[in-house]
Design a protein around this ligand. Structure first.
Ligand code: FES
Ligand SMILES: [Fe+2]
Length: 368
């Protein structure tokens, strides 16, 4: 109910008393979202994906093209992801109705003149494969062609190596945006990253973006070897600050780390948090971490497992924190965060303005 989506007590986070609860804000639909890593959809196979409670059957046809169909057969609602790929079509596992990539039915094996007029097919989603991810466009299909898929030059560049992350996190996507942009939480990572003093140099807010620049200065403490490798401290003297630029460009997030006196980033991270369930309390985090190759050939390949372990450890700590935040929301039924950091208050406003209120029917799994 609309009344239940607004807080009646004053909000300490700077939003107005009638502003919708950010955790009841659905993610904007008119964007490209990854719903699978490409490797999960081999040729002639299906993959059951989800976007905000919608089940989507991905399949890669014999020609290598990935298609995305509503994951319910038009006949008796059996998931098409349980079906069989035959050339360019997907055949339902039950009565063998066959679907083309555009969702139209191409064949019903037992159709005769006496049969009732069959349905036309199921919804198909625009699909784009890039950066090792399968993107779908869940919103207005007419906007898909004019909405750019994220451009990630570092991922395509031979001067970089890219690590892909794909993880379920049990929280609303907004917690993850706030987590990355608010670098004041480095205390959480003191055991893995060492002691860091982040200094906010400045930030800019636009209608669909917030960008913050931090100076990251190490102040000691034990540091994981992966952290030292990622900060490239093996090749420069320690103690120098790094410039970190973190940007939410709705609905994506990027982080660039540029060592002092360098003009190219040591590493860059691109991330997006895709709601899995209709209530959007579970997100699938996709991340692409691109690291510039050092001059020594093969050095990065050798360091790769250590960097992977380090980033997984940091991510596990962040996940622990944001999932705890979601549990607090679940217990209290509303957002009682007392946020004080102006940058994060701006971010919350951007996420609200670009999202859509979650309706009462969101729990049905049929938001569309
Ligand atoms: S349920 Fe799919 S063909 Fe019958
Ligand atoms: Fe973190």
């Amino acid at each position: 109910m609309a009344e239940e989506q607004t807080a009646l007590h004053p909000r300490p986070d700077g939003s107005s008393a009638t502003a919708p609860d950010l955790r009841r804000t659905g993610i904007g639909q008119d964007h490209w979202y990854p719903v699978a890593v490409s490797a999960s959809v081999p040729r002639n196979r299906t993959f059951p994906a989800t976007f905000a409670g919608r089940r989507i059957a991905l399949y890669r046809s014999a020609s290598g093209t990935v298609h995305a169909l509503e994951d319910r057969c038009a006949h008796r609602q059996v998931p098409l992801s349980m079906g069989v790929v035959e050339g360019e079509v997907l055949r339902c596992c039950y009565h063998a109705w066959a679907y083309r990539g555009d969702g139209r039915i191409s064949q019903i094996p037992y159709l005769t003149k006496e049969c009732a007029r069959p349905p036309r097919g199921v919804r198909a989603y625009p699909v784009h494969e890039a950066h090792g991810l399968v993107f779908v466009f869940p919103g207005d299909p007419a906007k898909a062609a004019t909405t750019p898929v994220p451009r990630l030059p570092a991922v395509a560049s031979p001067r970089h190596r890219t690590m892909t992350f794909s993880r379920t996190v049990r929280c609303h996507y907004s917690f993850l945006h706030e987590n990355l942009l608010d670098m004041n939480h480095q205390f959480l990572h003191r055991g893995v990253v060492g002691r860091i003093r982040p200094q906010l140099l400045g930030y800019e807010t636009g209608p669909s973006s917030v960008e913050a620049r931090y100076l990251f200065r190490s102040t000691g403490g034990r540091k994981d070897r992966g952290a030292r490798l990622l900060a490239a401290e093996g090749v420069r003297s320690s103690g120098r600050p790094d410039l970190l630029t973190i940007r939410t460009e709705y609905p994506y997030q990027t982080l660039l780390s540029v060592p002092e006196n360098a003009d190219v980033p040591a590493f860059s991270l691109w991330a997006v948090y895709v709601p899995e369930d209709a209530e959007q309390r579970v997100s699938h985090a996709y991340g692409l971490l691109s690291i510039a190759k050092p001059p020594v050939p093969g050095a990065l390949r050798l360091a790769w497992p250590l960097i992977r372990r380090f980033t997984e450890r940091v991510f596990a700590e962040d996940r622990m924190a944001v999932e705890a935040e979601q549990r607090a929301w679940d217990e209290q039924g509303e957002d009682r965060n007392r946020e004080i950091f102006p940058l994060i208050l701006d971010l919350r406003a951007v996420l609200r303005a670009n999202g859509t209120p979650l309706g009462p029917g969101c729990a049905s799994g049929r938001p569309d």
